[in-house]
Design a protein. Sequence first.
Length: 296
Amino acid sequence: MNLAIGTDYEGRSKRIEDIEMCLREIAEAGFSHVHWCFEWTGDYIYSKAEMYQIREWMEKYGLKAKSLHASNGSNCGDTKQKGHYRKDYTSEMESNRIAGRELIENRVELAHIIGATEIVLHMYLPFLDFQNKPESKEVFYRQVLRSLDELEPFCKERNVRICIENLFEAPGELQLEQFDLLFARYPKEFLGFCLDTGHANLVWGDSFIEVLAERYKDRLFSIHMHDNKGWGDEPGCGDAHRLPGEGNIDWKRLMGVLRTSVYELPWILEVKKPAEEDTAAYLKRAKEAGAWMDNQ
């Protein structure tokens, strides 16, 4: 079975040797594809030389790229109110917005070179600003749409689609409003949806299968598959990125919906290895969990 795994299952080292070793370990575990997750946050810019180096490594280990997690700049966690972070494609500061768009273009170029046809992008909604300053919503979406308008021809030239991911920080109704607005404006060839199963479970519980997955299944071109037990204090709660079957997601019902969507295989596991577990043993368990999930 073809199956992809996110490259950050054990963190995101900046050592070149570790990055290559990560790809080797994925290949040795029997995965066919990767979801490139190095530098999914921050304002790092890949050079062309690095892009070709990554492609050479993937060819060396017989791996293909299913997708790539792009970066929305330096902001990672300050999601309720708008702040000024470097390279933010949603920024009302025009020079910073342009820098954010250029950062996304860098990831689109990397995806194109390593053979991925979609990038995944976060769009943090400053929902407290929306609540306290209603006029801020218009400003926010004006800048978002300006960036996406500029990115559309760049992406189409490289046959790379942007997929906006559902998150757990913002209220569910604002996320649905976000996706409805964006999908009404842009064609499927340019803008799609990345379903993150763990995030969705935290916001909607099992109802996310109908509320989110069913609703946007004609835009579902990327996916992050992981499990959790919802909110709580016990192990496996929160954004735990556990293997499918280790939380409370109804995978049988979810897989039934996903198989009626436009999604093209392989499935993507975006999971985290427990610190105490051996890497090879964990990747073996992850591969088995992917096979179990596929049989639901």
